[in-house]
Design a protein around this ligand. Structure first.
Ligand code: ZN
Length: 239
């Protein structure tokens, strides 16, 4: 009995303690969502207004990098409708759109037969090198071909091209960058853009990774953010 009484008392106490946090929790559940909701609101409100000085860069959205291509990026085709929306938004405001592409000769150094690490891909003037048909690039889009000689490779759209000069000529200061693949050509294009002094907005909903090693894409995205790229989604654009 003497044991049961304390137990009973203890259980009562525990019930009271358990009951006591109820109102606190209830208060907490009121307090916590308010700032949380405010943060969510800030993150989801369409806060980015496209303006003069902005340019879009669609990185390597070519058939060989899409499912069925010789160097297919998993879900690579998902970037096509995603980028199409950005392209339409830029075209509607008469803002410049750039599209980079691998434009390799048949004996390119990045191909396995030449000691490279990739299967043949994006050989100039083949269907594999064509832009995805659903991309709907506007006629005024500027095409930037890279790695077009046997000995030169470049994951970056800035490597060995006049992209930076063209952007500066157009008084571009802020770049919206998406395409394929997150962990190679997007990563290196973004890094070069930041190093060249451009502000970079990475289009999180319009990139996909090769992920040769699991997590490569996520690591690349983290690296780009650490270097100063801001990650956005289409919904962040003001209409
Ligand atoms: Zn290539």
């Amino acid at each position: 009995m003497s044991l049961l009484v304390p137990r009973a008392a203890g259980s009562l106490t525990i019930v009271n303690i358990a009951a006591a946090p109820g109102p606190d929790n209830a208060l907490g559940s009121v307090r916590i969502p308010l700032p949380f909701a405010a943060v969510r609101h800030m993150n989801t409100s369409p806060s980015i207004r496209l303006q003069s000085g902005d340019a879009l860069i669609a990185v390597d959205v070519q058939n060989d990098f899409l499912p069925g291509g010789s160097l297919a990026v998993p879900e690579g085709d998902a970037v096509v409708p995603a980028l199409k929306r950005y392209i339409a938004a830029f075209a509607a405001r008469a803002l410049p759109v750039f599209a980079t592409r691998d434009w390799h000769p048949p004996n390119h150094c990045s191909f396995k037969a030449q000691g490279g690490i990739w299967p043949p891909h994006c050989v100039a003037a083949t269907s594999g090198a064509e832009f995805a048909s659903g991309l709907a690039l506007p006629p005024a889009a500027v095409i930037v071909s890279k790695a077009a000689t046997p000995e030169a490779d470049s994951y970056s759209g800035f490597g060995g091209t006049d992209l930076a000069a063209r952007l500066r000529l157009g008084r571009v200061t802020r770049l919206f960058i998406g395409g394929l693949a997150t962990d190679y050509c997007v990563l290196n294009t973004v890094k070069d853009a930041l190093a060249a002094g451009f502000e970079v907005l990475l289009l999180a909903d319009a990139i996909r990774a090769v992920d040769v090693n699991a997590g490569d894409g996520a690591r690349a995205q983290g690296e780009m953010q650490k270097l100063g790229a801001r990650t956005i989604r289409y919904e962040d654009l003001a209409s």
